[in-house]
Structures are given as C-alpha cells and as structure tokens.
Write a protein that binds this ligand. Structure first.
Ligand code: SF4
Ligand code: SF4
Ligand code: SF4
Length: 506
C-alpha cells in the first residue's frame, strides 16, 4: 500500500515576484527548509527558479515584530494600472514614504568594476544629467516628502560630473536636510582642491571600501585601489568630512574580511559608519548561485565570528521603517579596543516592537531610536548627533554620556533584492527610492531588477540598453555579453517594457 509522504519544507506565505529572465510578474511562494527561507516561482516560458532569501528563518520571523506602520507621502507620482511591481512609482498602493532618495547624476565612471549594479563605466553610451534634470528630480522629491531628510548623489561616479558641486548646493537650497555623496574616492584622493570645495558644502562621503586585501580589490574592482582609499580617507579626516565606509561583500571573496573592515573603520577618525551590502546581483557581477548567496544573517554571523569579543547577534536590530528583513543596524561606542554596542545599554525591543503593544518607558526615546534605526540616519549629521544625545538619557550606563555622538559608530547590514529574490511584499514597504528626472520615485530594488533602470538609461542616453539578466550559474547557456559588461538574453517582448510607466502618469 502506498503511504503519504511529508514535504521537506514548511510553506510560509504566498507572494509575487518576477521571472529573472523575461521579468514577467509571477506568483511566488516562500518556504522554510533547514531554518533557511527560500523564494520559489515559475515562469511559463523559462521554468522554475528558487533563491535563498534569508539564511536564518528564526531571525526572519523574530524581525517581523519590528515592522513599523508606514507613513503616506504627500504625493504619489503614478496611477494604479498593472499592479506591483509594474506601477512604480511611487503608486498609491505603496506602503511607505521615502526615507532616502538616490539621484544618479551620470552613468560614466573612472572605473569599470567587475561588480557594478548600475552597469557604469567608460562606455560611450552614457548620460550626464543637466542642472534642469537634477532640479526636476529634486522638486519631485520635495513635493512628495515636504522636507526630505536625505538625498544621496550617486552615479556612475558623481565626483567626475562637472556640476556636482552645484547639485549639492541646489539640494541644500531646496531644504533637503543632508546630502550624501556616493564615491569610489579616486578624485578625492587625487584632487586636493576638489576636496576643499566639497568640504565647504559638508556632504557625508559614502566611500566604496570593500576590504584591506589586494585580492578583494582585484576581484571586485579590477584594480588594487588600497592606496587611493587610504589617501581619500586621510583627505576626509584633514578636511573634516564625515565618512561612511561601504563594503560590497561577496561569498568566498571578502566575507572573511568583515571583522578587519570594522576594526579599520573604528581606527579611522573620519569614519562614522560602516555599511555592509551583500553584492547585489543586478547589473555587472561575478557568476553566482542564487541558492548560496550571502544574506544579512550571514554577514552578521561573520562579524560576530570574526570579532567575538565585541559582538553577538542580538546586537543587530532590524530597521522598522522598511520591511524588517531588508536592513539591520547596530551602534557601538568605540574607544581603542573597548567597543560597547548600544543595544546592550538600552532595552531596544521595548521601544521598537510595534506588534506587542507594550507600554513605552519613554516615547521621546522611541522617537530618537526610530531616527537612528532608519534608512535616513546619516552618522556625522547633526540629526543623528541630536538623537544620540536624546537616547543617552535612557542608557543604563551614565559614564558613557560624554561625547556620545563623537564616539558612536553605526554598522549597517543591507541586502538589496535582485531579479531572483524580488518579493513584492518586501518591495511595497521600500523606503529607498531612485529619483528619476521625469518625476518618478522608484523603489530601489524594483529599479535594479524589473527593467526600470534600462528604460531610464535609454530615455536619458537616447540609445538602446539591453535588458539586464542576472549572471547566475544556471543561466550561463542563455546569457549574452553586452558592451556594458552586464548580461542579457536579447529583447523581451515590447509590451513588457511598456508596462512599467515610463513617461506615464505625471
Ligand atoms: S513597488 Fe510600490 S510603487 Fe512600485 S508598484 Fe509596488 S506598490 Fe507601487
Ligand atoms: S561600482 Fe562604482 S566605481 Fe565601480 S564602475 Fe560602478 S559606479 Fe564606478
Ligand atoms: S531598497 Fe530594497 S532592501 Fe532597501 S528598503 Fe527598499 S526593498 Fe528593502
């Protein structure tokens, strides 16, 4: 007699995603196996796909307590038409306003890194925004947010845009609280005059910094950039520019370096935060297996294993303004070899648990913590310093109060979604948007995965940009190279590209 057999996984939820090859919207399911969370979907033309979403299912479920109610923006930019993720955006269904706006001012770069989710480099078919285009994007952001907290100027390499200083001045003049500049550091290292002009405008520098070993640089950036990174850091320290170090982490390349990177960040006077991002498998990237990709728990576990005297997993808390599995953060007080994570001094879960409805010990401390555990938190800014001062009143240890803001280092672990892992449930609460000169504010992970990036690039450059397809090991036989270094499989059907609101709804 036949007997029934149990499945080897627990079905957790139903959602929607996209086919990583042709980008049509698909049904998707999320399952748990061996305490790991996987997303699975099927495209009628390209078959089934599965990817690792989160390597600790227990941490994922625990993080859901930290899901804060979203805030409605003052204005949305598109109509509801085809459903998520084809109506970006923001469309009226989106669940959160934009904590952080990213404006890519060019697609040119002075490097051609083997990993670049934007596909930027020395290619000829690029774009470089005009002052009018930047103003149109910033105005849309201000209309949606009132007084936006942070805009990040990015690229390409924004420091080689001839108008970059004017863009910073313009953003500040429009009342945006803080400007951050996303850079590989080469111009800062080489051009003292530029550094001085920049310092007058006080942006926070988001400096690409993937590790201390030569091999890490060669594999991720194609060149040994260690001397330039150190020179850029020194320049920032001399000029009083606050720095966030941003490390793209790839399994088997530099995941063994996360502890050394944290140590280095603590030793640098200009550095106020360390941002770890598992490599985003969009644009250009090394071949990868979606079932073995790095996720936030892997990065946190590596930090703890490599710095066991300083950290434990419970020091990292999910950020409540976005979907809680997107981003985890801790703050530490650091002085030499003494490092104290702030969550050990304050019962964070009493303040940031939005589900259990506990009585808050002090609502003003919850407000301060919401600002600190947010995508808009920019260490080195007066806002963050003020919030650190505020939570100091709630800390258990009065002797750490002196110069709290000066001694605090923020550590962020942020896993962006790609065309394999895209989950609309997570995307609909995204609080990081790409500001497009045509006025749309497109959630960052949709921009990189669904086809928006190629459309915007085409409309700004006037030339053809092939649809980006992930460089996954299982797709190698389908993939073709492009002049931009990322992979494609040729043209998707026209109606799919037209479904994403380019030039519509404004
Ligand atoms: S991601 Fe947000 S803005 Fe885009 S379609 Fe979905 S709900 Fe709308
Ligand atoms: S990752 Fe940054 S530095 Fe490297 S090519 Fe892309 S834009 Fe340039
Ligand atoms: S950009 Fe991606 S990872 Fe970040 S908040 Fe938005 S959906 Fe989450």
């Amino acid at each position: 007699m036949n007997s029934r057999v149990d499945r080897d996984e627990v079905f957790v939820e139903y959602t929607k995603s996209i086919c990583p090859v042709c980008k049509i919207v698909t049904d998707a399911e999320i399952n748990v196996r061996d305490n790991r969370l996987y997303l699975r979907k099927r495209c009628p033309d390209h078959g089934s796909f599965e990817a690792l979403l989160y390597s600790r299912a227990d941490w994922y479920f625990e993080s859901m307590r930290f899901n804060k109610p979203g805030t409605i923006p003052l204005q949305t930019q598109t109509e509801l038409s085809r459903g998520c993720p084809l109506d970006c955006g923001l469309c009226p269904d989106h669940k959160q306003h934009a904590c952080l706006g990213i404006l890519e001012v060019n697609s040119h770069c002075n490097l051609d890194c083997p990993i670049c989710f934007a596909g930027s480099g020395h290619h000829t078919q690029g774009f470089s925004l005009t002052l009018d285009q930047v103003e149109a994007g910033l105005d849309a952001f201000v209309r949606a947010e009132g007084q936006p907290e942070v805009v990040m100027l990015s690229g390409g390499e924004p420091t080689i845009h001839p108008l970059i200083l004017e863009f910073i001045v313009m953003a500040k003049a429009k009342g945006i609280g803080m400007v951050t500049l996303n850079t590989n550091g080469i111009r800062l290292a080489r051009d003292r005059r530029f550094g001085e002009e920049l310092a007058e405008l006080e942006p926070v520098i988001y400096l690409q910094f993937d590790g201390l070993e030569e091999q890490t640089h060669l594999r991720l950036r194609g060149r040994d950039l260690r001397a330039e990174k150190e020179a850029a850091l020194q320049r920032c320290a001399e000029l009083g520019l606050a720095v966030a170090l941003v490390a793209a982490i790839e399994r088997g390349v530099n995941d063994h370096e996360v502890g050394a990177i944290v140590r280095h960040a603590i030793s640098q006077p200009a550095v106020r935060s360390e941002v770890f991002q598992p490599v985003t498998h969009a644009g250009r990237h090394l071949p990868f297996d979606p079932m073995q990709r790095l996720t936030n728990p892997d990065v946190i576990t590596s930090i703890v294993e490599q710095l066991p005297d300083w950290f434990r997993p419970a020091d990292f808390f999910p950020v409540p303004c976005c979907f809680p599995s997107c981003r985890s953060v801790t703050y530490v007080l650091a002085e030499g070899e003494t490092v104290v994570p702030i969550p050990r001094l304050l019962a964070l879960e009493d303040y940031l648990d939005y589900v259990t409805n506990r009585v808050l010990p002090d609502p003003s401390i919850r407000g301060a913590l919401e600002k600190l555990w947010s995508a808009s938190a920019v260490p080195g800014s007066t806002t963050v310093a003020g919030q650190l001062d505020c939570i100091a009143c709630g800390l258990d240890s009065p002797n750490v109060l002196d110069q709290l803001a000066d001694r605090a280092l923020m550590i962020v672990v942020q896993d962006f979604q790609d065309a394999y892992t895209l989950n609309v449930r997570q995307l609909m609460k995204c609080c990081v948007v790409e500001i497009v000169p045509d006025g749309r504010l497109i959630p960052f992970c949709a921009y990189n995965s669904v086809g928006y990036r190629e459309q915007v690039w085409e409309s700004l450059s006037g030339g053809h940009v092939p649809a980006m397809v992930p460089n996954a090991t299982a797709l190698q036989e389908l993939l073709q190279p492009t002049q931009f270094g990322f992979k494609t499989i040729g043209e998707p059907r026209r109606e799919q590209r037209d479904a994403t609101n380019i030039g519509q709804g404004l």
